[in-house]
Design a protein around this ligand. Structure first.
Ligand code: SF4
Ligand code: SF4
Ligand code: SF4
Ligand code: FES
Length: 231
């Protein structure tokens, strides 16, 4: 067992436990975005930042990937942590302001502006979709492509993947693809095609910005623009 202190509270955890898991056990809230229960830690967004160590050796680390260490002292909401967290949210807002998840984070953490160049990306490279496909759907249909600014999610050689079963798992966990068709609710579905409830109907104005949960839609073949790179 490893004994550490979080915000002054001491606890012992198994070796391999992350700071996030230990903090959650004690009930200290730490916001997360790329992290998702059931998927392996990835450490992409740094929203879960916490401060460890003391004095000049104190540093910020991603709690979802950093393992608890013997004698470690963790602080989850110092001024430095809060500032770093807000900066991460500002960067997310600069990248994908249309994401309701990111908007909610901005609201919760009182981020009222973003000072960076405004983009309208459709992906924050959180990797949830890739891990969902590989770890929960055993699909391995999508992965990362390119480097730096051209890094994106896609299928090998941008070809339609034979491994993709159109399960929709990747879209379901995506924090940016928020405008999914609510396919199981007859009145609120775009076409009801996937549950075979009625004939396809795309003449519904309120759905014009929405994306089909499946891609391509099994009935009307409306394609989710966010996922145009995995067709
Ligand atoms: S829809 Fe395809 S790419 Fe997405 S999780 Fe399912 S198998 Fe993977
Ligand atoms: S498509 Fe969505 S889930 Fe996948 S990396 Fe981009 S933002 Fe994350
Ligand atoms: S097939 Fe696609 S658009 Fe039609 S109801 Fe299902 S998820 Fe919605
Ligand atoms: S939630 Fe920990 S780095 Fe994204």
């Amino acid at each position: 067992m490893i004994t550490l202190t979080i915000n002054g509270a001491q606890l012992s955890v198994d070796k391999g436990t992350t700071i996030l898991e230990a903090a959650q056990f004690l009930g200290f809230p730490i916001p997360t975005l790329c992290h998702m229960e059931g998927l392996s830690p990835y450490g992409a967004c740094r929203l879960c930042v916490v401060e460890i160590g003391e004095g000049p050796k104190a540093k910020l680390v991603s709690s979802c990937t950093y393992p608890a260490e013997e004698g470690m002292k963790v602080r989850t909401s110092t001024a430095r942590v809060v500032k770093a967290r807000k900066m991460v949210i500002e960067l997310l807002l600069a990248s994908c302001p249309q994401s309701k998840t990111i908007q909610d984070l901005a609201s919760k953490f009182d981020v009222r502006q973003q000072r960076f160049k405004q983009e309208w990306e459709t992906c924050i490279l959180c990797g949830r979709c890739v891990r969902m496909c590989a770890e929960q759907m055993t699909g391995h249909a999508i992965g990362y492509q390119g480097r730096g600014e051209t890094r994106r999610i896609g299928t090998p050689f941008d070809m339609k993947s034979e491994e993709c079963r159109l399960c929709g798992g990747c879209m379901y966990v995506c924090p940016v693809c928020q405008l999914r068709c609510t396919y199981t609710d007859k009145d609120n579905a775009i076409c009801n095609g996937c549950v075979n409830l009625s004939l396809p109907c795309v003449e519904k104005d309120q759905f014009k910005e929405m994306m089909c949960y499946m891609d391509p839609c099994v009935a009307c073949e409306i394609s989710g623009t966010h996922y145009s790179n995995i067709k």
